[in-house]
Structure formats: structure tokens, C-alpha cells
Design a protein around this ligand. Structure first.
Ligand code: PLP
Length: 808
């Protein structure tokens, strides 16, 4: 472990001088924001000193560098995490206290950059943490959006989106690197020219922008390795200010050139927002790929010269989903057009360097671009993709009887579209899914034709989570208890959490487990009171579903359950219910009407139930607005039930399921995504599994023997009543009724099997919550979940990537 400060006194001295030099004021006159910024600047500069040592070590040992290309990094707040990783949290807290400052209060000033939609972006951030912990020379490469994913506010129950101005007070972790800026060309046309007696291609008449990198340190636990995340911002190549327009009073026109360039990195697109066809998104993808590759190759060149065949030995480029799929053709372009390599040699280097993670099994969610749009924006890249496609077709094995169908399924160019998943598979030496069931479905279904052709490329890497952030940092009460029981080794090696099984029959310890959970529930209740003005009772069960809103994630099923319990309670006051607070949080893509209506339904049901004195002691419904990493860290530790109820076969992996399990929540879930691995690790008796399995869903779909109207008519008292309540007055008081949800579920014949799984789900919930009254048994299940969760540390996932994909 590196020593960051020799003593508390040294910290105080350096910190005071950092505050004064940054603010220009005496310490006593500075504001909390001055003090926060100065603290980050000091920790960042200490981190960069370790980064320099890391860099020297990597160079000296010739360590392979891994570049993780992702269009999203949902990094969360960094300060608390880095103090923990540097081993100086207590020292800094005490030092600040001597100066009359409260570390927890200062940490509230840190922006929580929403540079991702959800699981995919948070995975990328967890991987950065684990790469640094594992001593891998691993670097993130992504986009610096001026506005993150929208901020969600709830108005009359409905989601409203406002801009997330995370940069308004500056971002003290980042360092702008104009010296490393890269010129990126769009449009234009390709011409041939002769260079050293050889015909080459270049693109001329392009419209250029400057990609400017900002570097953020990534501090590994143990303070031995500090890597970096490089994010790119788009700017004009040169300042073109139209003075004439300005003098005319047309200020917008005067600065148009700058505005057009900056638009490329202005916003993060919400997924499911129908972004296809939006030129800006394609520009974003090319910008971070092209600029990122340029800096990767510069580093390689400075260390190994132009011996490009060594590239796969020293560099691994990993593409997180298909947004960086242009890495393949762009690397080919550089090697051929700029470095003068022949196609075959460049292709061999490219495919040995690049690897790809798939995140979705839904054919309709696979990314595609119209050829027309693509080829106009990136003409040379398109030529290379055409050549990749031509060679794929020419080399295709035509001996199998179904070869034509297989060629159609694997073609990069088809039906006027560039198919990015096909491009990613063809350009990569490794293709992985993110949970066992997901990889199996890829092999069997989504990418089956590729799997038949190149089975050796396919492998599974079940997702993982940064256990130091999501357990040690997010849940200090529980972490303290764990450390007292088994020592601090689990921070370094999450497998050591297994030692907790020794305490599963220790009544005093189990009581403390319950007490830590209760403390966390109080902490969340205070947050809810502050944010929503709602009182929730920490003595009730906290039943939690927090994730993006999507039909397949079935928040609708959860709220149907709440409506059912409410209805039954009103009909029969003797109906026993374990007092429960139903907690929801998550954003819906701005253009996804069904998901937004589901949010409005939840808030409308909450409005009725929370104001009905007949059920007040038994149930409350709470929607926490603006789900993001910082409030996730308050929610996960307080959960007792983890709702993981996607339609089986639809959720690739999930990661909140792992975070909740690690914090001692019991999974109430379907056999989907990583829930299956949770059950395998912790035992089915320690979770509550219900519902159709993926093969049963497939079978039911294929048979067509599934009828929403039959289910509606067959159960008028419960399911039928709920469907009717969508359109009558029961929950319409806040902002109207829910015709579109009723329409969706009945006319689309219950496409997500909400009605089909309804009864087994509610039964499972009733059984699970009935067991809550035996606190010792519940706490034992909770502890067993934590003890079984070490395998889900992203340290494990990253070691598998390192050993089986990157060879780093
Ligand atoms: N959104 C945020 C802010 C998260 O931290 C996470 C983390 O897991 C997710 C979304 C993903 O949730 P899930 O895995 O349940 O889809």
C-alpha cells in the first residue's frame, strides 16, 4: 500500500494550502464548495503521482495495455471511493474535523455524472475499479457529454425530464488535455493517390471537428495502481466567429460553427429513445472510436515503433456492446491508409486485438444504421466495411445445405443496413455474453449462425460489481460488522466473504445483522422524507425494485401485486399482510410511452394507498425520483426484498440483483439473467423463485396457447379487477386513468406474461413476507446471501477477462 500522507498533520497542512491557493481566500472565509474542490484537487494530485509510478512500471515491464471502449461510463461520485481505495478515509475525516469540516457534508457537493443509462455504463465503471485493483494497465475510453442522462422529476405522478447540468460548478477530477486533441473528419469523398509508388486512399473535403480528451484518474484499492479514464469532448477545429453576424445582432449565427461542433458531445442518448437515424449519435460513436484509437496507437508507437504485428501482444481493445463497433474498420483504415500495411496483415492484427461483449439478445435491439446515412458520413470507413463484407461472403463455406440462410444471418450489410453486431463479431477474436443463460441464448439463438461457424470465439463472462463501492462504501454499518467478524481481507478478496457462514448460527451476530439493516432503512427513510416529503416506516419490510423502466423488467407486475394486496385488504380486513413499504426507482426513456405510463401508474397507486387510513399501517408505496449511482448506494443497503422479476429469457444479466444480494436482500425473482447464478451460489432455499422459465416462455409463445382475455375472465375478483381499475376512477385521481396500459396488455395479449405470472408471483411474495416475522431466520438468509456473493465481485469478472480474453 502506497503511503499518501505521512500523518494527519501533513494532510492538514497540504489541504489548507490547497484551499487557499485555489480560492485565493483565507481558510475561514471559504465556502463548502471551495473546500470540496480543494479536497478533490489534492486527492487527484496525489493520485496522479501514483499514476506516474504505475505508468513507469507498465513501461519497464512491457505490460500489455487494455483499452475498454464504452460509450457510457456511469462512474458515480469518486471522492469517498478513492479515499477508501487509498486507505486514508479515516485520516482525512479526522483531519477535516480538526479544521471544523465534515467530510460527509463536503462529499454532497460532488456531482454524480450521469454519463450512462444504467447497467451497461455502470458495468464499465465497475470494471475500471477492478482493473486498477488487479494491477492491470486498463484504461477507459468514452464520451464526455456536457449533459448527462436527463434529470427525472415527478410532476402529478408523471416523469418530467430536465437537463442534467453536472458540469455547472466544474468537475475537479478531470484534466483537460488539449495537447492530445485529435482531428476527426466527417463527410467528404474518397480519392486515390500515389504514395511511395503505391495506390492509397484518403478522404478529402471533410468537415472536421476536434476531439479533446479529458482524463479522470482511476484509483485502485491498495493504492498500487492508478489508471485513467479518458473521455472525449467535441470542439471546433478553429475558432470561427462570424463578426458580421454578431454586428447584425444575430448572435446565434455568430457562434454557429462552435455550436455545431459541440453538439456532438452535448448529450447522452437515452436508450430506447428511437435514436436510430440520428446523425449525431453516429458521429459520437465515430468520434470516440477514432480519437480513442488514435491515442492508443500513439502510445504503442512511442513504445514499440511501427512494428504493428506486435500490436496484439501489447494492446487489447475491448468493445462494450456495439457502440464502438467501428473499432474494427477504423483500425483497418489506419493500418492500411496511414501505415501502409496490406489488407491480410492488417486484418490479422485487427482481429487479434479486438474483442466484443454482447449485451442484448433481442434481435430488434441490435444496432443497425442505414447504409445511405453511414456511407455519406464516413465514406472511407464504409468502403472498408464493404470490403470486410465482400470477403466474408466470398470466403463463406457453401457446403452446408442451409448456407444461404446462414450467410443472410451473418451479413454485415443487409437490407440497406449496416449491422453493427455482425461487424463486431467478425472483427473480434472473442465474443462474450454477460451471464450463463445469456451466453447460452446467444449461442443457441441470437448469434447461432456465428456460433456454428466459429464456436471457439464464444465465451461467457458473468457480470460483476465493485464490491468495495457497493458494500464497503455504501453500507458502512454492515461493512464494520463484517470486518469485525472476518477481518479486512474481504476488501481485497471478496471470496473471503464466505467466512461469514461461520456466523450463520450465532444469534447475537444475526441480531447485529438485523440492526445494521435497520440503520440503513432509517438512513433511507430520512432521504425519502427529504426528497419526497413521504414518511416511510423502517419497521416495515423494504421491498425494492430499482432499475430502468422497461416492459420486460415488469415493474407493471410489481404494481399489479400492490394493487391486488390493497384490493384484497379492503375487501377483507382480516386478510393478513406483513407490513411492507414498496419502493420503486428508475428512469424511463423519454420517448418510451409505456414505461412512462407505468411510472405514472405507480405514483397514482401510491397517491391512493398512502392517503388511505384503512391500510396505512400495512402498506406504503414510494417512488424515489431520479435514480442514479449516489441514491442507489442508499437504496441497495436498505433493501430486504430484491425484486428481479423480468420475463424469463429477457434480462441479459442484471447487476442490481448482485448488489442487493451482497447487501443481504433476498431475491424474489424469475430464473433469468444472473438470478440463476445467485440461486446456484446461495441455494434456492435462500431466495424466492417463481414464474415461467425461459424454455416455458418459448414454448408458450410457440404454441400460441396463451390468452389474456381468458385470464381476465377467469379471475374477475383479482386480475380482472386490476385490469378494470386501470380505466375506472380508482387510481385516476392524480392525473387520469391508464387506457394505454390496458390496451397494451389486453390487445397485445400479455406479451410480457405479466398476467400469466401474476398468481405465482403474488403467492411467492406472500410466502416470503410471511417468513419475515422470524427475524433470526430472515437475518440468517440475509447473511447467507452476503456470504455467497463474493463471486460477483467484478474483480473476479475482470480476472476472467484478463486470463481468457485479453491475455494481459
Ligand atoms: N441504474 C443505476 C444507476 C445503477 O447503478 C444500476 C446498477 O446496477 C442499474 C441502473 C442497473 O440495474 P439492473 O441491473 O437492475 O438493470
Amino acid at each position: 500500500m502506497n503511503t499518501v500522507f505521512e500523518s494527519k498533520e501533513e494532510f492538514i497542512e497540504l489541504y489548507e494550502s490547497s484551499v487557499m491557493s485555489l480560492s485565493g481566500k483565507p481558510f475561514e472565509d471559504t465556502s463548502d464548495i471551495d473546500r470540496f474542490n480543494a479536497l478533490v484537487k489534492l486527492i487527484a494530485s496525489k493520485s496522479r503521482a501514483i499514476q506516474t509510478e504505475t505508468e513507469e512500471r507498465v513501461k519497464e515491464t512491457g505490460q500489455k495495455r487494455v483499452y475498454y471502449f464504452s460509450i457510457e461510463f456511469l462512474i458515480g461520485r469518486l471522492l469517498d471511493n478513492y479515499l477508501l481505495n487509498l486507505g486514508i478515509r479515516d485520516l482525512v475525516k479526522d483531519g477535516l474535523a480538526e479544521l471544523g469540516c465534515d467530510l460527509d457534508a463536503l462529499e454532497e457537493y460532488e456531482p454524480d455524472p450521469a454519463l450512462g443509462n444504467g447497467g451497461l455504463g455502470r458495468l464499465a465503471a465497475c470494471f475500471l475499479d477492478s482493473m486498477a485493483h488487479e494491477g492491470i494497465a486498463g484504461y477507459g475510453n468514452g464520451m464526455r457529454y456536457r449533459y448527462g442522462l436527463f434529470k427525472q422529476e415527478i410532476v402529478n405522478g408523471a416523469q418530467h425530464e430536465t437537463t442534467d447540468e453536472w458540469l455547472s460548478h466544474g468537475y475537479p477530477w478531470e484534466v483537460r488535455r488539449p495537447d492530445k486533441a485529435v482531428r476527426i473528419g466527417f463527410g467528404g469523398h474518397v480519392e486515390q493517390y500515389e504514395r511511395d509508388g503505391r495506390m492509397c486512399f484518403r478522404t478529402v473535403d471533410t468537415e472536421d471537428v476536434l476531439a479533446v480528451p479529458y482524463d479522470i484518474p482511476v484509483v485502485g484499492y491498495g493504492a498500487e495502481t492508478v489508471n485513467k479514464l479518458r473521455v472525449w469532448s467535441a470542439e471546433p477545429v478553429e475558432e470561427v466567429f462570424d463578426l458580421e453576424a454578431f454586428n447584425r445582432g444575430d448572435y446565434a449565427a455568430a457562434d454557429r460553427h462552435r455550436a455545431e461542433a459541440e453538439a456532438i458531445s452535448a448529450i447522452l442518448y437515452p436508450n430506447d429513445a428511437g435514436e436510430h437515424g440520428r446523425l449525431l449519435r453516429l458521429k459520437q460513436e465515430y468520434l470516440f472510436v477514432s480519437a480513442g484509437l488514435s491515442s492508443v496507437l500513439d502510445t504503442f508507437r512511442s513504445e514499440h515503433g511501427s512494428d504493428w504485428k506486435l500490436l496484439p501482444q501489447y494492446v487489447a481493445i475491448h468493445t462494450n456492446d456495439t457502440h464502438p463497433a467501428m473499432c474494427g474498420p477504423e483500425l483497418m483504415r489506419v493500418l492500411i491508409d496511414e501505415e501502409g500495411l496490406e489488407w491480410d496483415e492488417a486484418w490479422d492484427i485487427t482481429t487479434k486485438t479486438i474483442s466484443y461483449t454482447n449485451h442484448t439478445i433481442l434481435p430488434e435491439a441490435l444496432e443497425k444504421w442505414p447504409i445511405d446515412t453511414f456511407s455519406k458520413l464516413l465514406p472511407r470507413l464504409y468502403m472498408i466495411i464493404e470490403e470486410i463484407s465482400r470477403r466474408w461472403r466470398d470466403d463463406f463455406d457453401r457446403s452446408a445445405p442451409d448456407w444461404q440462410d446462414r450467410l443472410r444471418q451473418t451479413a454485415v450489410l443487409w437490407d440497406g443496413q449496416v449491422r453493427m453486431a455482425c461487424l463486431s463479431v467478425i472483427c473480434s477474436h472473442s465474443v462474450n455474453g454477460v451471464a450463463k443463460i445469456h451466453t447460452d441464448i446467444l449461442k443457441r439463438d441470437t448469434l447461432k449462425d456465428f456460433y456454428v461457424l466459429t464456436p471457439e470465439k464464444f465465451n461467457n463472462k458473468t457480470n460483476g460489481i465493485a464490491h468495495r463501492r457497493f458494500l464497503a462504501e455504501a453500507n458502512p454499518a454492515y461493512a464494520k460488522l463484517i470486518t469485525e467478524a472476518i477481518g479486512t481481507g474481504w476488501l481485497d478478496n471478496a471470496d473471503e466473504l464466505a467466512k461469514l457462514v461461520e456466523f450463520e448460527n450465532d444469534p447475537a451476530f444475526l441480531e447485529q445483522v438485523g440492526r445494521a439493516k435497520h440503520d440503513n432503512k432509517v438512513r433511507l427513510a430520512n432521504y425519502v422524507k427529504r426528497e419526497c416529503g413521504l414518511d416511510i416506516d423502517p419497521n416495515t419490510i423494504f421491498d425494492v425494485q430499482v432499475k430502468r423502466f422497461h416492459a420486460y423488467k415488469r415493474q407493471l407486475l410489481n404494481i399489479f401485486k400492490v394493487m391486488d394486496i390493497y384490493n384484497r385488504r379492503l375487501t377483507d380486513p382480516n386478510f393478513r399482510v406483513a407490513p411492507t413499504t414498496f419502493i420503486f426507482s428508475g428512469k424511463a426513456a423519454s420517448s418510451y410511452a409505456f414505461a412512462k405510463e407505468t411510472i405514472r401508474l405507480i405514483n397514482s397507486v401510491a397517491d391512493v394507498i398512502n392517503n388511505d387510513s384503512r391500510v396505512n399501517g400495512v402498506m406504503k408505496v414510494c417512488f424515489i425520483p431520479n435514480f442514479r449511482v449516489s441514491n442507489a448506494q442508499l437504496i441497495y443497503p436498505s433493501a430486504e426484498i430484491s425484486e428481479q422479476i423480468s420475463t424469463a429469457g429477457m434480462e441479459a444479466s442484471g447487476t442490481s440483483n448482485m448488489k442487493l444480494m451482497m447487501n443481504g436482500a433476498i431475491t424474489l425473482g424469475t430464473m433469468d439473467g444472473a438470478n440463476i447464478e445467485i440461486v446456484n451460489l446461495a441455494g434456492r432455499e435462500n431466495e424466492k423463485i417463481f414464474g415461467l422459465t425461459a424454455p416455458e416462455v418459448d414454448e408458450l409463445r410457440a404454441s400460441g396457447m396463451h390468452f389474456a382475455w381468458d385470464m381476465y375472465n377467469g379471475d374477475p375478483d383479482r386480475l380482472g379487477r386490476i385490469i378494470d381499475e386501470l380505466t375506472d376512477d380508482t387510481f385516476a385521481g392524480l392525473s387520469g386513468s391508464f387506457e394505454s396500459i390496458r390496451h397494451e396488455i389486453m390487445l397485445n395479449n400479455d406479451a410480457d406474461f405479466v398476467m400469466k405470472d401474476f398468481h405465482t408471483y403474488v403467492e411467492a411474495w406472500e410466502e416470503l413476507t410471511a417468513s419475515y416475522s422470524d427475524h433470526a431466520a430472515w437475518n440468517k438468509m440475509a447473511l447467507h446471501n452476503t456470504a455467497s456473493s463474493g463471486w460477483f465481485s467484478s474483480d473476479r469478472t475482470i480476472r476472467e477477462y484478463r486470463d481468457e480474453i485479453w491475455g494481459a
